[in-house]
Design a protein around this ligand. Structure first.
Ligand code: FEO
Length: 504
């Protein structure tokens, strides 16, 4: 199957709806991908890139149905990674003397993968051109580290198409080829996921390369990537988006991720998140358990965040392995201009938190004070965590924090609010009087002043002795002291330790 791209250019690539893993299992593909190869038929016939090696047979068969393979004059390999040059061995078996245009570095990696040093390589550098007839040329632009040292882009004059290879692509599979034909939310999400997880370490090179290409002052009518869609509607939008992402990108967002042996560190994460929200309701806060959530999504949120909080239980005096793995990835991704802090629960030593703090500092984050809790956090410890969140929100605020009264945090007792140091220079604490008034208004009908209710400090679920919790065998009329120790909050699954008296 081929798809017409423009004039004498056709897509001859391969869709891969099923693929889930890339780079081993390091990159989870949630929307498949495509391996885009392009056939140009001017006076000369040119093939730009091939497809993943797993589709070699299908690719050659498809191509042979379109043209006599012997009529291919030139092959351009923009990048040697096997998802683009993978079908080269099968193709070169059919047309062994066809010249392959690529960078000097690509010869090393193509030979390293295919073991055919005798192939007819033609080395090109930035600015070199290849006449393909009908008044058109291919101009080559080296793009080292976008994505490998061998990477380059190829620009076709007259048609003004930039074959950008990995750059500006996405792991995204759709029956449509062009950017204006697909779901825009999916497209944007996959573009960001791709940049955040693959290209972030090379952001300074991205900026330099884009400015170099722009300095050529040539028209760009389409950007034909090697994965996902072809940008034909306002193609420079993705160039400008890359410039924004490459420039120490951050949103008013905080990402919290952790792993937790016994839920204790999770309780801390929840309370810290609530504390952030108390002080800065506008900031986006995302909380992830690294052992349960898609790692690449967490990294995408990290990319978008102004700061991250990383938590782990202490296990054998070190952090839990999935947290360590995330920190290794984050170190490699070389995020810039972001803040970070460590937290976690421990039993007899708190080595995990210290190690996380050190790793975050080494990875280039501006680190804030860490927070440790011994064993399962009790009510006081939960208040400390929440206060920690408030302080983080103030320290990391991107805007002046307005005096606001929380409307949905009735779990903050007046006493807890009064315990909170006020930092009027940066932000105002919630007004205790107003919180108390709201609490009374919200509950006075069902919770009289002398009620014996208890409230979960994590999710604000209220235990009313008059109702009990029949689902856990706690009959109506059961006082809190008689509720069994195995009781769990029905909303957040945490134990009795996190409950405090509900002040009506
Ligand atoms: Fe799509 Fe770097 O390969």
């Amino acid at each position: 199957m081929t798809i017409h791209v423009k004039n004498n250019i056709h897509w001859v690539g391969q869709r891969d709806w099923e693929v889930q893993d890339f780079h081993g299992t390091e990159y989870k593909m949630t929307k498949g991908t495509s391996y885009n190869s392009y056939l140009i038929r001017e006076e000369k016939t040119v093939l730009i890139d091939t497809v993943d090696h797993r589709f070699s047979h299908q690719f050659i068969q498809n191509l042979a149905m379109e043209i006599d393979l012997n009529t291919i004059d030139y092959i351009v390999i923009n990048h040697a990674e096997e998802d683009h040059s993978g079908a080269l061995s099968a193709l070169m078996e059919k047309i062994p003397n066809t010249p392959i245009y690529c960078t000097e570095a690509a010869i090393d990696s193509i030979v390293g993968h295919h073991h055919h040093p005798e192939w007819n390589f033609k080395t090109v550098k930035t600015g070199d051109s290849l006449d393909i007839g009908n008044g058109k040329k291919l101009i080559f632009i080296e793009a080292p580290m976008l994505h490998w040292p061998d990477s380059m882009m190829t620009y076709m004059t007259e048609d003004a198409v930039l074959f950008s290879n990995d750059a500006f692509g996405q792991h995204y599979c759709d029956e449509h080829l062009f950017n204006d034909e697909v779901d825009q939310n999916e497209l944007k999400e996959q573009c960001l996921r791709y940049y955040a997880n693959i290209l972030t370490p090379f952001s300074s090179l991205v900026t330099a390369k884009i400015h170099e290409v722009l300095s050529f002052n040539v028209p760009v009518d389409m950007i034909a990537t090697s994965h996902g869609i072809v940008w034909r509607d306002n193609p420079t939008q993705i160039i400008h988006q890359y410039l924004e992402w490459a420039d120490k990108y951050q949103e008013d967002k905080i990402t919290i991720f952790y792993d937790s042996m016994s839920n204790n560190t999770r309780m801390m994460a929840d309370a810290i998140a609530q504390g952030i929200h108390d002080v800065d309701p506008a900031v986006a806060v995302k909380v992830f358990n690294v052992s349960k959530h898609d790692k690449n999504e967490i990294l995408s949120h990290t990319f978008r965040s102004k700061g991250i909080l990383v938590g782990s239980s202490t296990m054998n005096n070190v952090m839990m392995p999935k947290v360590a793995g995330m920190l290794e990835e984050i170190t490699g991704l070389r995020f810039r201009d972001k803040k970070a802090a460590a937290f976690g629960s421990y039993g007899w030593n708190g080595g995990a938190v210290d190690r996380i703090h050190a790793r975050l500092t080494d990875a280039g984050f501006e680190t804030a004070l860490s927070l440790k809790t011994k064993w399962r956090p009790d009510g006081n410890a939960m208040r400390e965590c929440r206060e920690h969140g408030r302080q983080i929100a103030k320290q990391w605020a991107l805007h002046e924090l307005a005096k606001t009264t929380p409307t949905n945090h009735i779990g903050i007792t007046p006493a807890a609010v009064n315990d909170t140091p006020t930092d009027t220079a940066v932000a105002a604490e919630p007004a205790p009087v107003q919180v108390a008034a709201q609490t009374a208004t919200a509950n006075e009908s069902s919770h009289p002043a002398d009620c014996q209710c208890m409230i979960c400090t994590v999710c604000n679920w209220i235990y009313d002795p008059a109702i009990g919790e029949p689902n856990q065998g706690v009959e109506p009329g059961t006082a809190w002291t008689d509720v069994p120790d195995y009781f769990l909050c029905p909303d957040c699954n945490l134990g009795k330790d996190v409950f405090i008296e509900h002040k009506a």
